[in-house]
Design a binder for this molecule. Structure first.
Ligand code: GDP
Ligand code: MG
Length: 329
């Protein structure tokens, strides 16, 4: 399928009303990112004279500013040099088209070995463990996901294993009420692994389909965090050998390159299987998705587009990349 066909498909007309509502939401969520990214590329092309070294330096800078990451920016720029030579592209139109196609191709190639879909246990409870520093959106994402799974007819249980602050426990209990699912919790300061132990027992005994575990992500003390997460994982695996099916790292898209640093650190302390990129609605830094893909080789599985219970989406790479470039082509 050609580039424009894909664009048409991603934002095409022949969709049901509900799907187009979905599209609009996604579209709005990406608006800031698209605008900044588009504006930057447009500014670059406004000053376009010819494809020389200076042009590629400026392109690299533009990409770095758009938060695609340093390595990724250099790589795109290098590959593009080749491509432009190969095509003998000289004018603005041909060069900008080559850039867009290169970005999409690069994203898709990197994604080949990665699976964006969430994994479930074929039978018995599925366990998802949520990790990430304070404030990135773990608890909110758990609430949203509980709402989704419940709507799908699944029996959902939550575990409040962020026992560090009383507020964190209350917040999860509140989400449990809001979306009408049960929450296993103990008092502030309890051993998180003990909360998880109780939750896993209950999930097994009462035939729950999904158990979502909230944790405290205090990166300040990496050794402690590593031990705590390892202990939680051991408790889960002892009862359910194939669980947790996912260890999802929540990252706040508004923090840009900081999110990337956090991801690198969390990869060192636990076996992360995927990313939840939150707060995409509040940022112009959507380019971070390209950096995550290229530098961490972790799939983005979910994206947060707001604070409400249905503001969570599966990550669709094509839709996302074409969404970023929508205004440009
Ligand atoms: P946690 O500390 O990782 O559990 O983070 P929380 O779930 O408590 O979220 C921190 C703040 O971010 C809350 O005010 C949430 O409402 C907000 N938040 C979470 N996800 C999103 C999102 O996708 N978009 C927006 N705009 N806000 C979000
Ligand atoms: Mg929390």
């Amino acid at each position: 399928m050609g580039f424009f066909d894909k664009l048409k498909r991603a934002f095409g007309g022949e969709t049901t009303e509900q799907a187009s509502e979905e599209e609009k939401k996604y579209d709005r969520g990406l608006e800031k990112s698209r605008k900044t990214f588009g504006d930057k590329l447009n500014a670059l092309f406004a000053n376009f004279r010819s494809v020389d070294e200076e042009f590629f330096d400026e392109l690299e800078e533009t990409l770095i500013e758009a938060d695609v990451g340093f390595e990724t920016a250099v790589r795109i720029s290098d590959e593009l040099k080749e491509e432009v030579k190969l095509r003998n592209a000289k004018d603005k139109q041909a060069v900008s088209q080559a850039i867009i196609e290169k970005l999409v191709a690069l994203y898709e190639a990197e994604g080949k070995r990665e699976e964006n879909a969430l994994h479930f246990a074929p039978a018995g409870p599925t366990v998802f463990l949520f990790v990430g520093v304070n404030g990135v959106g773990k608890t909110t994402t758990i609430g949203k996901l509980a709402h989704r799974f419940k709507n799908e007819g699944k029996k959902v249980l939550l575990a409040a294993a962020d026992t560090f602050r009383a507020g964190a426990i209350e917040q999860l209990v509140e989400w449990g009420k809001r979306v009408d699912v049960a929450v296993v919790h103990k008092k502030e300061g309890s051993d998180p692994a003990a909360v998880v132990f109780d939750a896993v027992q209950r999930a097994k005994e009462e035939d729950y389909d999904v158990l979502l575990v909230d944790t405290a992500g205090r990166l300040q003390n990496k050794v402690n965090l590593m031990n705590e997460l390892a202990k939680i994982a051991r408790v889960i695996t002892r009862e359910l050998p194939d669980a947790p099916q996912e260890v999802l790292l929540a990252l706040d898209a508004t923090t840009g390159q900081n999110a990337l640093t956090q991801a690198k650190q969390f990869k060192e302390v636990t076996n992360v299987t995927g990313i939840v990129l939150t707060k995409l609605d509040g940022t112009a830094r959507g380019g971070i998705v390209l950096a995550i893909r290229n530098e961490l080789h972790l799939p983005v599985k979910l994206v947060g587009l707001g604070e409400q219970m249905d503001d969570l989406r599966d990550f669709e790479p094509e839709e996302f990349v074409y969404g970023l470039f929508k205004g440009l082509v």
